[in-house]
Design a binder for this molecule. Sequence first.
Ligand code: SAM
Length: 270
Amino acid sequence: MKPLNPIKLKNGYAHIPRKRFGQNFLHDEKVIDQIIAAIAPSPNDHLLEIGPGQGALTEPLIDSKSKLDCVEIDQDLVKFLNERYCSSVLNVIEKDILKFDIKILDPQPKSLRVVGNLPYNISTPVLFHLLKSHELISDMTFMLQLEVVQRITARAGEKNYGRLGLMLQYHCEVEHLFNVPSTAFTPAPKVGSAIVRLKPYKKKPIEAKDPKILETVIRTAFNQRRKTLRNSLKALLRESKKPSSVDLSLRPETLSLEDYVEISNALTGD
Ligand code: SAM
């Protein structure tokens, strides 16, 4: 593997981006401004930044005077951030976000604003991990691989439609805000990037009686994409009532979220 060039940090540190931590640092001021404008942080906000890295987004977030917690896995970057910023303006927690319970931050219900240029190698597990605490989150604004943003926002029948989009759209309002060119990062990622906003619903427009069953139905259906729902869900449907208004001769990518909720509710019973 070709070694990556060290980046000179403002305080004299040299940090070599670590591929295993998905480190693609933002350096383009215009893009950084655009992301901060999309977040629109205010002094009353409680923000959690995932992967502050060298502080590209962190510094303007500090300027907004909001309460700011950060979770960073790379101990060298944690050391750098702690030396650069006073703990009264920035709380840096050295931890793997996938093992971090956001309840520890003691946010008010529906108050936490989660942001970050996420490490692309673990972005889907991070999203599912955060969904487990959706009741504490007000909104999430993330840089992700463009293809992942397309999966998150895809509707029935569209390319990239599947489990990730359905589960996130069940819990959140989702919006693809804008694309970001690879030239905005060091090193430049080999894939396209985009900013997405996810806003967990205060009251869901459509509610499954048991979200775990909804998840099982969606996972089972998309594990066997080429089969009709009748075939892929055979084992689940055997014991129960069939959903009355969903056409089970269709394939999984043609059914809407409402259809999946209806199937799941038929399986859940009263
Ligand atoms: N926010 C910085 C920026 O925009 O320049 C860095 C973004 S970089 C794409 C991803 C950051 O997430 C890195 O700082 C990396 O060390 C950190 N990271 C990677 N895996 C992580 C994990 N499991 N938990 C917390 N932070 C992680």
